[in-house]
Design a protein around this ligand. Structure first.
Ligand SMILES: Nc1ncnc2c1ncn2[C@@H]1O[C@H](COP(=O)(O)OP(=O)(O)OP(=O)(O)O)[C@@H](O)[C@H]1O
Length: 590
């Protein structure tokens, strides 16, 4: 069995795979070697001792005072790809160290062809191990005095930039910013300073603001602590001071055991788009590249828990009016937009987000306490037509003119079965406007019939009401459903006879439905011109007057006139203009 053939590994090819598929760039070698040094010191109980990097652009060397490795350990661990001392017998990663895959050291080959490890373990002879990217390894006696390890890499010609002191300094500083172990690059400490997670005294909050500005690019509106004990996670949530991007996935900053993982999407639920978090966790698992987190059950539990904590913060705004106002000034539309899809936001939107209503701006909860039914207009035109008239009659109306407001209202109502909700369109006005007296109705019976005939080419109902102001001769009330039905029937009639399968299908659907309500021309019996209708005695003139009134109502409702209707309306107005001017023109031809 011992003689059984083994895999030969083409190390160069393996390094290419790691470089192009696992890691985002050659700079990861700084991170991997730093992490090995910190892990070794953690195991040796010397986390407070500095890890020192010396680099001049040609040669990079990192020294630690960790456990060191004996010749046997080096042969077993470094000479065997995938071997790691950081997994237990069951293959589980260590709770204190970061590494576990046994490939990190290979990242040195991304920038150099030779890695030299000079190590001294307690009770063993110092040793030097050299590994080459062509797969050759050498071992010789070393002369290192203190226990610990120095790993050196010599730059390949094209990789010198990755060993440049400034570059190394910035990579090391980013990676170890949250770690207590002091890291020196060419003698200068690159990490430390007041941490994000210490006590409030000692500059912690200023450090948090600076972190948010540097890393997320904004000064937070508010910041608060978050923690998820089962993931050994602590963190800070920063609330964005400007409306965030609802579509882009927000990324958050994650550290594991104090070492940078990077930007991680999905760490908080998408509805909490207004928050960015920085977290440090001992339980979340880094991916093999260590530049992302494994999306396992614990990750999902963390996202859910952070969501709960952000929701708790939102709820708490109820008792903090000044901050709530600031928050709503930038995020009101955003949370309204998401409320329909996120039960977590509904309560907040219901209680605190203002909706325009015909009795002043107010949250829906306040509106509901005042009116037993949430009546809302689903578009702004309808709202404008209806708001004042209904307010005058004591009927509350919400402007749900933006699509997401309608959706938010529906979701809020759906969450509470005791609540009543009624979308209303312009036709609702018909029931809200006063009917004329029986005498006036009687007086208008003939005129109404003439009016119906006059507007019959426009597929329109005629009703008679009395309303303010008198100067308005008529209203054209068109609900969306009626308008859509009218547009569709017009489209069908224009294309009649054309063999179009899509239109045929539409027409088939149409046949199966009961006729939708048609637009209504509501004549105002209080208007002087309309009042003249019953006494005109000439149906042609009366018809022309109704069509002129219809044109005015069209203009007022900001509806455009269809081509077919335009000529009918044109001749009506010409007739009236002719009648009105006939007696004034001197010497003009008849
Ligand atoms: N500076 C060091 N001091 C002591 N031991 C070390 C040092 N660097 C590496 N080792 C040993 O070599 C092993 C292999 O290191 P390598 O970086 O390849 O993988 P790892 O750190 O175990 O896992 P990962 O691939 O996840 O980083 C380590 O498990 C550790 O036992």
């Amino acid at each position: 069995m011992d003689d059984a053939p083994m895999f030969d590994v083409d190390l160069r090819a393996l390094i290419d795979v790691l470089g192009t598929n696992l890691y985002t760039g050659p700079g990861v070698y700084v991170r991997e070697l730093l992490q090995n040094a910190i892990d070794a010191q953690t195991v040796a109980g010397r986390s407070d001792a500095p890890v020192e990097i010396v680099t001049d652009g040609e040669r990079f060397a990192i020294s630690d005072s960790g456990t060191g490795m004996s010749a046997d350990a080096i042969a077993g661990l470094l000479g065997t790809i995938g071997a790691s001392s950081k997994r237990d017998q069951f293959g589980f990663g260590s709770s204190t160290q970061i590494g576990q895959f046994g490939v990190g050291m290979l990242s040195g080959f991304l920038v150099g062809d030779r890695i030299e490890v000079s190590s001294h373990a307690d009770g063993s002879r110092p040793v030097v191990w050299t590994g080459s990217s062509d797969g050759r390894v050498e071992m010789s006696d070393g002369d290192r005095g203190e226990v610990g390890t120095t790993v050196s890499v010599h730059a390949r010609g094209d990789t010198r930039m990755w060993l440049a002191p400034d570059r190394v300094r910035s990579l090391a500083a980013d990676f170890t910013a949250m770690h207590p172990t002091p890291v020196l690059v060419n003698g200068d400490r690159v990490n430390g300073g007041p941490g994000l997670f210490g006590e409030a005294s000692g500059g912690r909050d200023a450090a948090r603001v600076a972190f948010c500005q540097d890393e997320f690019g904004f000064t937070p509106l508010e910041m608060f602590d978050v923690d998820v004990p089962e993931a050994g996670l602590r963190g800070v949530a920063f609330v964005q001071p400007t409306g965030g991007d609802l579509v882009a996935r927000a990324v958050h900053r994650a550290y594991v055991k104090g070492l940078l993982i990077g930007d991680v999407p999905g760490l908080v639920p998408e509805w909490a788009y207004f928050v960015r978090v920085v977290v440090d966790s001992t339980g979340l698992k880094p991916t093999a590249s260590r530049e992302g987190l494994v999306h396992d059950d614990l990750f999902d539990a963390v996202a859910a828990s952070l969501g709960d904590q952000i929701q708790g913060w939102l709820t708490g705004l109820g008792a903090r009016p000044a901050l709530r106002e600031k928050f709503l000034a930038v995020h009101e539309q955003g949370v309204k937009a998401l409320a329909a899809h996120r039960a977590e936001l509904l309560g907040f939107v219901d209680k605190h987000c203002l909706f325009e209503t015909n009795v002043g701006p107010m949250p829906l909860a306040t509106f509901r306490a005042r009116f037993d039914t949430i009546r809302y207009a689903g578009n702004i035109d309808d709202y404008r037509v209806l708001a004042d008239v209904l307010a005058g009659r004591g009927i509350g109306l919400v402007n749900a003119g933006h699509a997401f407001e309608t959706a938010a209202i529906r979701a809020i109502v759906a969450a509470d079965p005791t609540m009543r909700c009624e979308p209303i369109g312009q036709q609702f006005l018909l029931s809200a406007l006063a009917m004329p007296s029986p005498e006036v109705r009687e007086e208008f019976s003939g005129a109404t019939a003439v009016a119906r005939r006059a507007v019959s080419p426009f597929d329109c109902e005629v009703s008679l009401r009395v309303f303010e102001p008198e100067s308005v001769s008529a209203l054209l009330l068109t609900d969306d459903a009626a308008q859509i039905a009218q547009d569709r029937s017009e489209m069908l009639s224009q294309t009649a006879g054309e063999p179009d399968a899509w239109l045929a299908a539409l027409s088939a659907i149409d046949d199966g439905q009961s006729a939708p309500s048609r637009p209504s021309l509501v004549l105002n019996a209080a208007n002087p011109l309309v009042r003249r209708l019953p006494s005109l005695g000439d149906d042609v003139v009366a018809g022309a007057l109704v069509r002129a009134v219809y044109s005015q109502a069209m203009l007022r409702a900001r509806r455009s006139v269809r081509v077919a209707a335009a000529s009918e309306l044109d001749s009506a107005i010409t007739l009236l203009a002719d009648l009105a001017t006939r007696d004034h023109a001197e010497g003009a031809p008849e």
